[in-house]
Design a protein around this ligand. Structure first.
Ligand code: ZN
Length: 293
């Protein structure tokens, strides 16, 4: 009788532990299941589309000068590349290294060509031609995990990226140093540009501040890296105004905002290049939905 009671009590305890565990993982389980469904839907929608069929059939070796064909020029925007998935809702600031690798290898496998701002400048001047399916990868803020996690991945696949650094933050806690920036540049795959002297919404600032802080940050960057660089700037928070745009345009800066839209060669505007977040929960088909249609 006593033995039966022990077995019965043990079963109840095990059941209680199991129920507690299930309840604890339920929200995560439901979320991940939902992600799988959304991804599957994205895949089916994209693969059924005419554009996707054209992409698969396109001659990826054929190149066009700016005046020859209107092509889409998406610029993807990343921030942190951590190894662990973020619990934060604002996924757009974090993309795990694993997901980043999946996104870029997915695009590479589909025949996308990864270009740089240097390519874009030459293309805009009609100095080079570009294939029809291109994508530019940009990173804001200059986080240390870009150096630690993204850099080994882009080296593995030989993919160029551009990083916008905040002058006051370089080498401080959580951000890579000028030495690490130089090491990345030396690979030939990383271009470093400025994200401003400080991380503020420059759209709210006067022409004097904008005309002082951005050129200062650019010159200091050139000094630290030991060579001249193209004047390319990305607005913190995507905050810009007519004042900031005009000021920086007069100073010869190419300006980037965030607009969840791709650029096209016919309407390429160097005073307002738009960028698209490559979020943590995006698979390659979610990205294609944003850059292909
Ligand atoms: Zn930023």
């Amino acid at each position: 009788m006593k033995k039966k009671l022990i077995i019965f009590t043990s079963i109840i305890v095990i059941l209680l532990v199991l129920c507690t565990c299930l309840l604890a993982i339920k929200p995560r389980f439901i979320k991940e299941f939902k992600d799988i469904l959304v991804n599957a839907k994205n895949t089916i929608t994209v693969k059924k589309s005419q554009e996707y069929k054209e992409l698969k059939a396109a001659d990826k070796s054929k190149k066009y000068y700016k005046s020859e064909k209107n092509i889409k020029i998406p610029i993807l925007l990343y921030h942190q590349i951590p190894t662990e998935k973020s619990n934060r809702e604002d996924y757009y600031l974090c993309t795990t290294a694993k997901q980043f690798e999946k996104q870029i290898t997915g695009l590479k496998d589909l025949g996308y060509t990864f270009i740089t701002y240097e390519d874009l400048i030459k293309y805009n001047n009609n100095e080079i031609a570009l294939p029809e399916y291109v994508v530019l990868l940009s990173f804001d803020d200059g986080y240390l995990n870009n150096y630690e996690n993204a850099f080994p991945i882009i080296k593995k696949y030989n993919i160029p990226i551009s990083i916008f650094v905040i002058d006051d933050c370089v080498g401080t806690n959580g951000y890579f140093s000028w030495e690490q920036a130089k090491e990345m540049e030396d690979s030939g795959l990383v271009h470093i540009y400025t994200h401003g002297k400080v991380h503020i919404p420059y759209g709210n600032e006067s022409a004097e501040i904008v005309g002082d802080y951005i050129p200062y940050a650019h010159s200091h960057l050139e000094e630290e890296l030991g060579h001249s660089t193209s004047k390319v700037f990305a607005y913190p928070y995507g905050s810009y105004s007519d004042v900031s745009t005009n000021t920086l345009s007069e100073l010869g800066f190419i300006q980037n905002v965030l607009d969840e839209r791709y650029n096209t060669s016919d309407t390429l505007n160097f005073n307002c290049l738009t960028r698209i977040y490559a979020k943590q929960n995006y698979n390659v088909y979610s990205i294609l939905k944003l850059i292909l249609f």
